[in-house]
Ligand binder design. Structure first.
Ligand code: ATP
Ligand code: MG
Length: 251
């Protein structure tokens, strides 16, 4: 890894890039994943690279939904594996969810490598290595899912999901939680809960919330979910970005 000085103003962002470059070198992340990160970074810059109040609200609603679920599944792709594998495994454990490797640019070699990283982080309920079902409405490779995992899940956390697949999962009547820095993307607009935050902040936040919310009753969790509105959240994310633009125009 390149040595990045801790006092660099873009420290966290540069570390994140290094993690993704390592992911590509290790055969975990696709080259296209680097470009997707670039799109995300642009929006993160506008958010001031921090979790907004509305994003934290979405994270809370997402954790409540996961805790209430019958069969929750956390989906992991190449970028998520490079940026947050141990945290995603811990979150899955905290909400009693399975983990499924789910790739847009699927190769069996990459699936195997990501599965190994997840197992090394302590993942026990892992799906996606031998998918036996297809999500309706998607082309073959992208449709692959496991019958005990995503295919029958009632709640799926799919960070950095492609809009098409997000839509297909919603059509299957699943509650879909996405982490996407772009509040305008199709994923963001189609999901049940959209967390407009960087995955490197969102997953640790959710892990902390899961610990705090575990003792809540079902009625209390249901009230948190009921209170949440995705459109208002997306609109608040856009407002936060506009504010950054406005304040830099004034200064
Ligand atoms: P669609 O409109 O189909 O949803 P898209 O913009 O999502 O298209 P993708 O190539 O699937 O296109 O992009 C990945 C998405 O992931 C981008 O919207 C980007 O903002 C987001 N993203 C990338 N890196 C991160 C990250 N580290 N944390 C959160 N979101 C990210
Ligand atoms: Mg998307």
């Amino acid at each position: 890894m390149t040595d990045i000085p801790r006092d660099h103003p873009r420290y966290q962002s540069l570390v994140t890039r290094e993690m993704l470059v390592k992911g590509v070198r290790d055969g975990i992340t696709s080259m296209q994943g680097l470009i997707a990160q670039g799109r995300g970074e642009a929006f993160d810059y506008l958010l001031g690279e921090k979790t907004t109040v509305s994003a934290l609200g979405a994270e809370k609603a997402a954790v409540a939904m996961l805790l209430l679920a019958r069969n929750p599944v956390v989906s992991v792709n190449g970028n998520a594996a490079a940026l947050a594998a141990p945290e995603m495994v811990r979150l899955a454990k905290a909400v009693n969810a399975g983990v499924e490797v789910n790739l847009f640019h699927r190769t069996e070699e990459r699936v195997g490598k990501i599965a190994a990283v997840l197992r090394a982080s302590g993942c026990e309920r892992l799906y996606g290595e031998h998918p036996d079902r297809l999500i309706p409405g998607l082309s073959h490779d992208r449709a692959k899912a496991s019958s005990e995992g995503i295919f029958t899940a009632d709640v799926v956390l799919v960070p950095l999901e492609d809009g098409d697949r997000c839509e297909a999962l919603v059509k299957m009547d699943k509650k879909v939680i996405v982490v996407d820095l772009n509040p305008l993307s199709r994923s963001a607009r189609t999901a049940t809960v959209t967390i407009v935050d960087n995955i490197v902040r969102a997953i640790p936040n959710m892990l902390k919330l899961a610990g705090e919310m575990k003792s809540l009753s079902r009625a209390e969790l249901e009230a948190i979910v009921k209170e949440f509105g995705n459109e208002a959240t997306l609109s608040a994310a856009l407002d936060a970005m506009m504010e950054t633009v406005q304040s830099s125009k004034q200064s």
